[in-house]
Design a protein. Sequence first.
Length: 270
Amino acid sequence: MRLDRAEIMDRLGVGVIVALAIFALALLLLPAVIVVVMSFDTRGYISFPPAGFTLDWYRKVFEQPVLTTAMWTSIKVGLYVTAICILLGVPTALACVRGDFRGATALSVFVLVPHMVPGIVLGVAVLFSGALLGIGPSIWLQSIALSCYVMAVMVRTVMARLQKLDPLLEQASANLGASRWQTFRTITFPLLLPAIMAGAVFTFIEGFDNLSVTIFTHGYRDRPLPIELLAIVQNTNSPLVAAVSSVQILLAMLALAAISLTIGLDRVNE
């Protein structure tokens, strides 16, 4: 059976799209896969492919107090950033979508500005602002800077979910005598929870492994994992670097898996 020209072009177009999708997926996954594979190398220097298999580099990661302390610092920063983004981002999203005031659209655009600014620029700006207020580099200044940087992720995620919610649900609750707080607690918040959790995962990951903002705002005694990883890269060429990077990749995957299994990423914007 002969195919006409239109069918040939359709199949060719589908083939090109599939090939580009596979290529894009490979660009996203291959660097991480290569790093993980190199972390098991038996040699004392980074090379690919590995000459053997060993878990010694992971053991060394958790045997070094500097790295474990830095990892715990990064986890605390990620949790602080997540908490700040939830406390400030959710009300901001509600104001942008449900707010009946002039400037609501401008507010939603203004929230994006810190995320559009290069992280280095934002880090320097927060560092100088903290100096004017007498606040030196610390875990708190780092958390505030990262919260400003990634707040847009939380706001936009919650806004996308909120825009799909039927306002009649909230109006019906109000007509039945519920206060605004009761309506938010029993109607709006449960429906927003998938989006809030998804935004929390992304803000935690960004707070955990950000370097561009952190390098200017971290404290000398509160060095997070990305800073320690940068120091290791500058001073050594051992697979320890790959092992630390693999731990970061694993934590990010575990966070996404937890949300996927408990709430489901496909429910974020339903």
